[in-house]
Design a protein around this ligand. Structure first.
Ligand code: ADP
Ligand code: ASP
Ligand code: MG
Length: 404
């Protein structure tokens, strides 16, 4: 018995059958004597459909109005889910993000949670209600509705679990755990029993959409163990937590990130301060730069290329062209025909040969590497977009994942 936060993603509530299936999981947990707080996402493809609808009206709609629209998706699912639970004869109340006290920073579309005023949810729990909260949304200091970024309901759930000091935080989805690669791409991907916060954070940040990366960041900060499990089958999932049993696996996963573009500045002066100028310019517009490659100077010039999120490519190019004189390049090139494929695992810190194994797998598949970046627990390569899935499968094949 305890307080349990359960989060259900869009596919878990996509239609009437799925809503009742989820309502059964929730009410069974409640019947067992637990306090239950539920966080729910918009049904199925609702968020994508709303974005398409907005584009029909205005392709450049303000982020404020987009948040106003997108937050409605979650309001539909909380009320429908609460109605199903009511019908099953249990006490329930649905709450929007703002009713549940989610206060966020002001940036629309990717707002961070500032804090949660948990009184309302606690009061509803004290009244023996099952509480169903809309994920992905909050209110900023101007009293405007914000959303937390795509996939953000995971973060709502973990934040609520931290605020309420929940005993468990369960993220129910359409896979039964975190796998060594996206099971939709790699058929023999292996389910992990557990994974550390640091590894999961890397995987999520490098494209593994199974958890929102900020939810993992938040879980690590507030020591919330996350259980990732299936809403369709009853079986143990994956636990995301601090310490993991003795490392058996060299790497925990292979992932791809398609939200990436490469920008090259050709013929820059080979003098001090150039990199500082370029990257402070990009930072001033909050454009995140990832892999950076600088050529060795020749004839007093050098080239610098780097990756940015594909969604920031146009803004980055506009800025660099606008400041063409300051940047001092002969030419600016951009390429969005690229993807980033990465391997992640704490085991690679102590074992030589992991990078060469990854590169050999790419060589065997005849895939050319354009850029490489590494950290203690990950290696990323930039390759041509068309090779992405083949690269993930080939790299996955090269490592032994059976004994996790
Ligand atoms: P939800 O709607 O429940 O939030 P998501 O679609 O956001 O679900 O996340 C689940 C999906 O994440 C899975 O269907 C799977 O295809 C994808 N995925 C990507 N990488 C992984 C991975 N390493 N392990 C498990 N699932 C992954
Ligand atoms: N509905 C939102 C999205 O599609 C949030 C979420 O699913 O977590 O991104
Ligand atoms: Mg999700």
């Amino acid at each position: 018995m305890g307080l349990i936060v359960q989060k259900f993603g869009g596919s878990s509530v996509r239609d009437k059958e799925r809503i009742f299936n989820v309502a059964k999981i929730i009410t069974d947990t409640y019947k067992a004597g637990n306090e239950v707080v539920v966080v729910v996402s918009a049904q199925g493809d609702t968020t994508d459909d709303l974005i398409a609808k907005a584009c029909e009206i205005n392709e450049n709609a303000s982020k404020r109005e987009m948040d106003m629209l997108l937050s409605t998706g979650e309001q539909i699912s909380i009320s429908l889910l609460a109605m199903a639970i009511e019908k099953m004869g249990f006490p329930v109340v649905s709450l929007t993000g703002w009713q549940a006290g989610f206060l966020t920073r002001s940036n629309h579309g990717a707002a961070r949670i500032r804090r949660i005023k948990g009184e309302r949810v606690r009061r509803e729990l004290d009244n023996n209600n099952i509480v169903v909260v809309a994920g992905f949304q909050g209110l900023n200091r101007f009293d405007d509705i914000t959303t937390l970024g795509r996939g953000g309901s995971d973060t709502s759930a973990v934040a609520l679990a931290a605020e309420l000091r929940a005993d468990r935080c369960q993220i129910y989805t359409d896979v039964d755990g975190v796998y060594t690669a996206d099971p939709r791409i790699v058929k023999d991907a292996v389910k992990l029993d557990e994974i550390s916060y640091d590894e999961m954070l890397e995987l999520a940040s490098l494209g593994a959409g199974v958890l929102h990366n900020r939810s993992v960041e938040m879980a690590k900060k507030y020591h919330v163990n996350i259980e990732v499990l299936s809403s369709l089958e009853q079986k143990p999932g994956t636990i995301v937590k601090e310490a993991v049993k003795v490392e058996k696996l060299l790497i925990k996963g292979v992932t791809k990130d398609e939200n990436v573009a490469r920008i090259a500045l050709i013929g820059l002066p080979d003098t001090p301060g150039i990199a500082f100028k370029i990257f402070s310019l990009l930072a001033s517009k909050k454009i995140n730069v990832d892999i950076i490659l600088q050529s060795i100077g020749r004839h007093n010039t050098k080239d610098i290329s780097f990756t940015v999120p594909l969604s920031d490519k146009d803004a980055a190019l506009a800025l660099l062209h606008e400041k063409f004189d300051v940047v001092g390049a002969e030419r600016i090139e951009a390429d969005d025909n690229v993807v980033k494929v990465s391997i992640v695992g704490a085991g690679m810190q102590y074992n030589p040969g992991v990078a060469s194994k990854m590169f050999e797998a790419l060589y065997d598949a005849n895939i050319n590497i354009q850029m490489i970046s590494t950290s203690e627990i990950k290696i990323s390569v930039l390759i041509e977009r068309k090779d992405a899935d083949r690269a993930v499968v080939s790299i996955h094949d090269a490592f032994d994942f059976k004994d996790n």
